[in-house]
Design a protein around this ligand. Structure first.
Ligand code: MN
Length: 242
């Protein structure tokens, strides 16, 4: 039997020679491979019709981390901390979220990924947690910190998709974000919080697998709980017949 094909979103950048690149962080690729999936990159810049053609070959979608979502898409408060906005990437990912929901296709969002899912479904974001979330602890452990540095816990809501995968009520995690969910989309269920009450995990009820997390499990795959999240996602994708 062939491995479930997981599409990974990408970002655009330029290398030292000025050559434009489309890329993803290798840790996501390794996490999908480690969970028994077959990773395939979805290039930023595809037209909608090209995107739907690529999408038709994918059994699951991984929305990776990256720059900030354009605040104009959700009426975000202006902040000098907003960085790396790419409206073309935003559009592609919003189309993908909506398509995956319509088709019952498994999807998993990490960091920017949970934010894209929330915005696609009508939620809002803090454009900067430190400036806008009352009582916020520090969440932006970058740059200059190991990507796998454990800095706070996640309280996992019992009975949720996440609880069924990780099987612990408190999950120690890394934190590499300066934005987060301020208003959760009406159709999403909040299933994990950090100690300052920030929403750090959501699921889409009545969907085969619709999960978003604010931390970065791809850097923590030495933990069985994080492996279980990726495995659960890839297993759900494996049930999709294209
Ligand atoms: Mn955090």
């Amino acid at each position: 039997m062939s491995l479930p094909i997981i599409g990974l979103t990408t970002s655009r950048s330029t290398n030292e020679a000025g050559i434009p690149l489309i890329a993803t962080t290798e840790a996501y690729v390794q996490a999908i491979l480690g969970a028994g999936g077959s990773p395939l990159l979805i290039p930023v810049g595809l037209s909608d019709s090209q995107l739907i053609e690529v999408y038709s070959h994918l059994q699951g979608l991984l929305f990776i981390g990256g720059g900030d979502v354009d605040p104009a898409l959700y009426g975000g408060i202006p902040s000098s901390h907003i960085n790396d906005v790419d409206p073309v990437r935003d559009h592609l990912e919003l189309v993908l979220v909506q398509r995956a929901i319509k088709d019952g296709r498994p999807f998993f969002g990490i960091c920017r990924g949970i934010q894209v899912i929330n915005v696609a479904l009508g939620g809002k974001l803090y454009t900067d947690i430190g400036q806008q979330h009352v009582g916020a602890i520090r969440h932006d452990y970058f740059p200059g910190f190991p990507r796998n540095l454990i800095v706070h816990n996640i309280e996992v809501i019992p009975g949720s998709l996440l609880a069924g995968l990780v099987r612990v009520p408190l999950l120690p995690v890394n934190s590499l974000h300066h934005q987060g969910i301020s208003v959760v989309a009406p159709s999403l269920r909040t299933i994990g919080f950090s100690p300052d009450g920030l929403i750090e995990a959501v699921e889409l009820p009545e969907h085969p697998f619709g999960l978003g997390v604010q931390w970065h499990p791809e850097w923590l795959t030495d933990q069985t709980s994080m492996q279980a999240i990726f495995r659960g996602f890839v297993e759900a994708a494996g049930k999709i017949i294209l």
